[in-house]
Design a protein around this ligand. Structure first.
Ligand code: ZN
Length: 707
């Protein structure tokens, strides 16, 4: 590799301060083969050296040509009235991590008096596992931010008719698409998320009385595509096992030109067995992931279903794939993490549904029109990466206003007490994040009590997060008051876990929704940062002491428990597909990854740390960020003599296995109490499961009564 000529682009500490300067700087990057640091402390690396050659190089170049991102950077520059440190640091060309996941729970066991009796120890550990499940999430990506005027934004006008009884819907969407690339194109790609099937999936053979096959997965069918101008049919095809809709326009769309067309579609969602969504199911799933290393993969039915009188449509319509320059990000990989990467768009959504069905979306309803037996609800939203819909007979909501943002808690009536608590936590978390990170591009966020299946504790979308109903436990209810003492004494653990999870999902509106990222390739960008943000909420809402115990229980404890169960340390920067299940994902991506941010905070101090985080947020809001953007923000904010250490901190947590040194080794006492093998690295065998099942049996029996 060759060193750069400092004359061609800004040195560290310098940066273009005008549009013209940025343009020259961009050209210099594009023309130079080597992009290097002028700081002697930093390794000279090229994006070209990255093992993920095609992706990150192409992405980097496109990033630099992306108009709105450039504007955001410029805005940050102007705002800080100093230098565009983010933009400048991005020129360093460090290697992004070639590899590249969920939720933590409390480990009362490791720190509390619970660990006193033979019975309560295993119970506490199971509760910890349960808490892990809470943090699993699906982040559907969100949005884009205001630098783009409305006429330059993508726009969906969707009319949806819900047949709640039959679990079906019909829809028409009018899409306004603008070519933000550098070349004309006539081919557009949409994700058909409901059609995704995990590898090896075989459909069930069960039939209805009328002879129709009963599907356990959702389905989205495309009926026709027409030009909006004259109604002429537009040819289309289904690719990638019908998970991608490819539209072939008759005429190419020039750069910056706009095209509008209509897609007619229909869909069905499966009925999920309520048993799959109960607390017992969640506990068993977590225990199984821990002990047997069960492989878990997200399914389309996890977020597109009907269950317990609630219908969730997580991504039920054709959704434009994200685009960077002229490249489409059309590929979706099944994993334990989130899959979709999309661009922020504006939405006008009209939903016809029976009058007895309450319909909720990421934004409060704008108007409701009543017709015979049906209501037509209209929603208007800007800058969302997706548009999730939740409908149900008994759903209700309460809301609060924090600054310009409305926070809603949406729930079933029997969960009212917990839902109010959720609303209060969300409100407090929102205040902390608004002050520390900056304002959100969306005007409302909603947290929904939804019957999620046991592999998911939560699911995140733009402006809307769902938390599994299984965790809406009211310990003051008569049901819980009649539970045996060993169950009731878990109250603090369960309630703390819910609090952590609420803080985590609220943070996803900054990390995942506002700042987008590829959750399959670099899940640490949203998952770890949202998890670290929950720790920030604890620190600023409850003080240092409670934050210290949350740090121990929700982050360090999760990693140590995972290691105690025999899980191997891994690099936190790997792709989501490389993690086996929610337990591993929670321990490595969500917990170990979050601890990297804590290490960076200690290294830089609060002032520089938060300045870096704010720069990263402002520069990438409504864009799709990658690890280089994050790393660049921190390196740019650090003093010159610290930059090497900052870079090494990223490497240490993301691409090396130093977890036992940095966090803690497996806990031999816990292993012994659970009957796990003495050598923590030994693979769990059947005897282990038998031993664990024995100690946990009492707990499980009791749990069956809680559902
Ligand atoms: Zn998450």
């Amino acid at each position: 590799m060759k060193k750069h000529d400092p004359g061609y682009y800004p040195k560290l500490g310098e940066a273009p301060t005008s549009d013209r300067g940025l343009e020259l700087w961009r050209c210099s990057i594009l023309n130079c083969k080597a992009v290097a640091s002028s700081s002697p402390g930093l390794p000279l690396r090229l994006p070209w050296d990255c093992e993920q050659r095609d992706h990150s190089t192409a992405k980097r170049l496109h990033h630099l040509t992306d108009e709105s991102k450039r504007r955001n950077r410029l805005a940050v520059v102007k705002q800080r009235n100093s230098l565009p440190r983010v933009a400048e640091a991005a020129t360093l060309g460090w290697k992004s991590q070639p590899h590249c996941g969920l939720s933590p729970k409390r480990n009362r066991y490791l720190v509390s008096p619970l660990a006193q009796s033979r019975v309560s120890q295993p119970i506490a550990s199971i509760v910890l596992l349960l808490a892990l499940g809470l943090t699993l999430s699906t982040a559907a990506q969100n949005q884009n931010r205001q630098p783009l005027p409305p006429e330059k934004r993508l726009r969906y006008q969707i009319h949806l008719t819900l047949n709640f009884e039959n679990r079906t819907y019909n829809g028409v969407e009018r899409v306004r698409w603008i070519n933000r690339g550098d070349h004309p194109t006539s081919t557009l790609f949409f994700h058909l998320y409901p059609n995704i099937r995990f590898p090896g999936y075989t459909p069930p053979t069960e039939k209805t009385p009328s002879g129709d096959l009963i599907s356990d997965e959702p389905l989205l069918e495309i009926m026709e595509v027409r030009a909006a101008s004259n109604g002429a049919p537009i040819p289309f095809a289904l690719d990638d096992q019908e998970t991608t809709l490819r539209i072939n326009l008759r005429d190419a769309v020039a750069p910056s030109a706009v095209v509008e067309f209509e897609i007619k579609f229909k869909g069905t969602v499966p009925e999920i067995d309520p048993e799959e969504t109960g607390l017992l199911a969640h506990v068993v799933q977590q225990v199984s992931a821990a002990i047997r290393s069960t492989r878990e993969v997200r399914r389309a039915r996890d977020t597109n279903f009907r269950c317990r009188g609630v219908m969730m449509l997580g991504a039920a319509y054709p959704l434009l794939a994200a685009r960077s320059g002229d490249d489409w990000f059309r590929r979706i990989e099944s994993s334990i993490g989130d899959a979709l990467m999309t661009d922020a768009s504006d939405y006008e959504v009209t939903i016809d549904a029976p009058r007895i069905i309450a319909v909720y979306a990421p934004v409060p309803v704008q108007t409701v029109q009543q017709k015979e037996g049906a209501n037509t609800s209209t929603f208007m939203a800007e800058n969302l990466r997706d548009f999730a819909i939740v409908a149900g007979r008994d759903l209700r909501s309460e809301e609060k206003q924090v600054g310009e943002v409305i926070i809603r808690s949406i729930f079933r009536p029997d969960h009212e007490a917990t839902a109010r608590r959720v609303l209060k936590i969300a409100e407090d978390a929102m205040r902390v994040y608004l002050a520390r990170f900056g304002p959100l591009p969306m005007k409302s966020i909603s947290i929904v009590d939804a019957p999620l299946v046991s592999t998911m504790g939560s699911a995140e979308f733009a402006g809307l997060s769902a938390i599994a109903s299984a965790f809406y436990i009211d310990f003051d209810s008569s049901t819980m008051r009649n539970m045996p003492e060993p169950i009731r004494e878990q109250r603090a653990s369960v309630e703390d876990s819910l609090e952590w999870t609420v803080a985590h999902v609220v943070a996803h509106q900054w990390w995942g929704a506002a700042v987008g990222n590829d959750p399959g390739r670099e899940p640490v960008l949203d998952e770890a940062l949202a998890n670290w943000s929950a720790l920030l909420y604890y620190r600023e809402s409850h003080g240092e002491q409670q934050a210290a115990s949350a740090l121990e229980e929700q982050l360090r404890g999760v990693y140590k428990l995972y290691r105690t169960f025999g899980g191997d340390d891994m690099e936190a920067g790997r792709a989501a597909r490389e993690y086996r299940n929610s337990f591993q994902y929670a321990a490595i991506v969500a917990s170990k990854g979050a601890l990297m941010f804590e290490a960076l905070r200690k290294l830089l101090g609060d002032e520089k740390f938060f300045a870096a985080l704010r720069d990263y947020y402002h520069a990438n809001s409504l864009e799709v960020a990658d690890m280089d953007d994050l790393r660049g923000a921190f390196i740019a904010e650090a003093a010159v003599e610290q930059r090497r250490t900052v870079n090494r901190t990223f490497d240490r947590w993301l691409s090396s296995k130093r977890g036992d040194e940095d966090i803690g080794p497996p806990d031999p006492k816990l292993a012994a109490d659970l009957g796990l093998p003495a050598r923590a690295t030994a693979k769990p065998d059947r005897n282990v499961f038998t031993a664990f099942a024995k100690v946990g049996k009492f707990f499980w029996q009791q749990m069956t009564k809680i559902r």
